[in-house]
Design a protein around this ligand. Structure first.
Ligand code: PHE
Length: 490
């Protein structure tokens, strides 16, 4: 396809000729769709016309026999016997010349009767040879035909007339209808290229690639959705210390709350509000306890709780969601989140000041640590990890707490793949979560499996300004079942 719609008909025909060597007008019109018809209309007409025979052509160039005879005679004439002996077609020539009164007989001699002649036969035949047959009367043509000077022939002609889109200038066809054309009304005067559905698509379609991390995130998201989990809204990087720490029963003097570990926000430095009745319960639980606990026995500070920070874990989101759930009337739930968190880390090959956390939370009546272990087993099985071990650990907000280890066949050792636990009553009860309800939760980082799956040893090759576009564009699709954990998460 030449994209012929942009050319005028003349050009189109030339292109078709170059390509095919021959152009049949009706086939041409079909192949070029209606373009041909729109620009010019061609009508075929069958005509009859006249043409000189060889003899006719001869007379047209050399003159009629009678004229030639007349021109050959000297003024005193010649004898009839002499003429008949030497002049070709003398009988015919003599008869015609006499009839025209060009010659007359004087005894034995033939002499000119006029001083000059006009050879009408030659004039007629010349006209017919040149296509000017209309100037020759039909009666004469009939006579010439009888004399085999001319013959009738069939002729095909084409009547060419303007089509509806006829133009003498080659107009550029528009490829796109723009907003401006519509607004100005210019579109009315434009012609538009028809869509070319035969054209091939671009081979390289360099757009719409997911960054490896985002690709893996969507796979984890899929796993949670398959397990019947609902995604929590994680669209707030800035969080108050209250939801990030206090609501999670993390004491205000805990080292993780130190500025060496947590990024505090300077402006706005304080959160706008925290539900007051809930804040009072949190304050009491921290300072003097409740729900079978003596608390931490310290002066809880509202100031400290109102500080804004960049959330250090997605468990802050889980706390907000559990509080909301209790307010709306508790229902068993399965929640998950995958999003970014921030920590004031010393940067190295495996640590950045920000990373993504994957978190699962299940709240139901009478869940036990056995249920938590079952949930974690089911989740990790989905990513191809079957050998799991749990190691007792400590989190301020879970009891019991367990680090999750997986046996790495390649490294021949157990490596940490996540953290987990049952949320403490000191966290759940002030929220209003019913007493028989227990909440199991676990978390892991997104970057670590991503680095392993994509064979990246330095986190800076995966995240940040040094990431090469090729990483995103050229990486083969890695799927989660290829992941075998290595190294250390923390
Ligand atoms: N929030 C923990 C972390 O930052 C992970 C975790 C989530 C632990 C849920 C227990 C329960 O690593």
């Amino acid at each position: 396809n030449m994209g012929a719609e942009g050319m005028d008909v003349q050009q189109q025909i030339l292109h078709a000729l170059e390509k095919n060597g021959v152009v049949i007008s009706n086939e041409f019109a079909v192949s070029e769709k209606e373009t041909h018809q729109k620009v010019i209309n061609v009508k075929q007409i069958a005509l009859k016309t006249w043409e000189c025979t060889d003899e006719g052509n001869n007379l047209a160039t050399s003159g009629s026999h009678e004229a030639r005879l007349f021109n050959s005679l000297p003024p005193e004439g010649r004898s009839l016997t002499d003429i008949k002996a030497s002049f070709p077609n003398s009988n015919f020539a003599l008869g015609a010349a006499m009839k025209n009164k060009w010659l007359k007989k004087e005894g034995e001699k033939v002499i000119p009767a006029v001083s000059a002649i006009e050879d009408e036969v030659q004039i007629h035949l010349k006209a017919i040879a040149a296509g000017g047959e209309n100037s020759v009367p039909d009666k004469i043509k009939a006579e010439y035909k009888k004399r085999k000077l001319i013959k009738e022939v069939d002729m095909t002609v084409f009547e060419v007339s303007k089509g509806s889109a006829f133009t003498t200038s080659v107009m550029k066809q528009e490829a796109e209808l723009t907003k401006e054309m519509i607004e100005s009304g210019q579109w009315k005067g434009k012609t538009f290229k028809p869509f070319n559905f035969k054209s091939k698509g671009r081979i390289e379609q360099r757009s719409g690639y997911l960054h490896p991390l985002m690709q893996l995130r969507s796979e984890f998201r899929q796993i949670f959705l398959e397990m019947g989990f609902t995604e929590m809204p994680t669209n707030n990087y800035v969080e108050s210390a209250f939801w990030n720490f206090d609501a999670l029963f993390q004491p205000q003097q805990h080292p993780a709350r130190d500025a060496h570990d947590t990024f505090y926000v300077a402006e706005p430095g304080k959160t706008i509000s925290v539900p007051e009745d809930y804040l009072q319960k949190v304050k009491k639980t921290h300072s003097s306890g409740g729900y079978g606990s003596i608390g931490y026995q310290y002066d809880w500070s509202r100031e400290e709780a109102h500080k804004n920070l960049l959330r250090t874990h997605t468990t802050a989101v889980s706390a907000r969601m559990l509080y909301k759930l209790a307010q709306e009337g508790f229902q068993p739930v399965k929640f998950f989140s995958i999003d970014r968190v921030f920590r004031n880390e010393t940067l190295d090959a495996t640590h950045l000041a920000e990373f993504n956390q994957i978190e699962g939370v299940v709240a139901d009546y009478s869940l036990s640590i056995k249920n938590l272990m079952g949930l974690i087993k089911g989740f990790f099985e989905k990513i191809g990890i079957t050998k799991l071990r749990f190691k007792p650990a400590y989190n301020p907000y879970t009891e019991p707490s367990m680090e999750i280890f997986s046996y790495h066949e390649g490294l021949k050792k157990w490596v940490e793949v996540g953290n987990s636990g049952m949320f403490r009553p000191e966290m759940l009860r002030p929220m209003g979560i019913p007493e028989k309800v227990t909440v199991a939760a676990w978390g892991l980082s997104l970057e670590r499996p991503a680095m392993i799956m994509y064979g990246i040893n330095n986190i800076r090759e995966l995240v940040g300004p040094r990431v090469k576009m090729e990483l995103i564009l050229d990486n083969p699709l890695c799927t989660i079942d290829k992941w075998t954990p290595t190294g250390n998460n923390s």
